[in-house]
Design a protein around this ligand. Structure first.
Ligand SMILES: *[C@@H]1O[C@H](CO)[C@@H](O)[C@H](O)[C@H]1NC(C)=O
Length: 269
């Protein structure tokens, strides 16, 4: 019974992904699985980010380091596809939100977000984070008059700089599964007389036309490598069968953790 229920859920999950609106985050995951380097680096961060520390939490520093390696050493077409896959429905957006193991890399379980001043101050003291934040500020500076919102078509550089923040103390992520809004895990509620500084920092993510435009533009430039891998000629049964067998060993408990959520979504469609 357990076996059959499990595979029914998988069929529902994958069935929903192969309907008219492709789940591009699932496509990106498959493309990463098919690339030895991407798969290896992802296996490493998933293993780190899902392992248990002595304290019962996760080893966040090791998880962050593995995530930085993923983006530093993985093929950018594939790593960026996982980070910025465009979504038209909550199942896809939920997968996108979960891709970089937010429970360890982004927020602690059941914690209210801290003031952004804490991660911001920690970032400014960190030799890893500080240059990455400076690069992000420079590359994603909004330019009100530019058509794409970025200085001189800097969209792709902005996305690279954004990816460079994943695995730092100001790791950003998608806020929910109903939008493409992103932010680090923090707010400006308790920022006292540094409220303006806090809002300016948070606004780099939540009110940034250059970043929003660059993420949207990624949709139209959806990497050719993925299209080749996933689109028309392939046997329709192929990705259907391939995903569970290839993904389960690597994403193991991660996939199992999000499966019920995705299956419920498929059932409610
Ligand atoms: C989207 O998020 C909401 C709220 O967190 C959750 O209840 C819902 O199950 C999620 N949808 C999917 C498809 O995971």
């Amino acid at each position: 019974m357990a076996c059959c229920l499990g595979s029914t859920l998988l069929l529902l999950l994958l069935g929903s992904a192969s309907s008219a609106e492709r789940n591009r985050c699932l496509d990106a995951a498959e493309a990463c699985t098919a690339d030895a380097r991407c798969q290896q680096l992802r296996t490493e961060y998933v293993a780190q980010c899902l392992s248990r520390a002595a304290s019962g939490g996760c080893p966040r520093a090791r998880c962050h380091r593995a995530l930085r390696r993923f983006f530093a050493r993985g093929p950018p077409a594939l790593t960026h596809a996982l980070l910025f896959c465009p979504c038209a429905d909550p199942a896809c957006a939920e997968r996108r939100r979960q891709t970089f193991v937010p429970a360890c890399a982004f927020s602690g379980p059941r914690l209210a977000p801290p003031s952004c001043l804490a991660p911001l101050d920690a970032c400014e003291r960190s030799v890893v984070c500080r240059p990455r934040l400076l690069a992000y500020q420079a590359s994603c500076a909004p330019a009100p008059s530019a058509p794409d919102g970025c200085l001189l078509g800097q969209g792709p550089r902005c996305l690279r700089a954004y990816a460079g923040l994943v695995g730092t103390v100001i790791t950003p992520n998608y806020m929910d599964n109903a939008s493409a809004r992103v932010a680090p895990w923090c707010d400006c509620g308790a920022s006292g007389n540094r409220r303006e500084e806090c809002e300016t920092f948070l606004g780099l993510f939540t009110r940034n036309r250059c970043l929003d435009g660059a993420i949207q533009a990624f949709d139209s430039e959806w990497p050719a490598v993925l299209q080749k891998q996933l689109d028309p000629h392939q046997d329709p049964g192929h990705s259907f069968l391939q995903v569970p067998s290839e993904e389960q060993p690597l994403e193991g408990s991660f996939l199992l953790a999000i499966l019920p959520v995705l299956a419920l979504q498929a059932l409610s469609d």
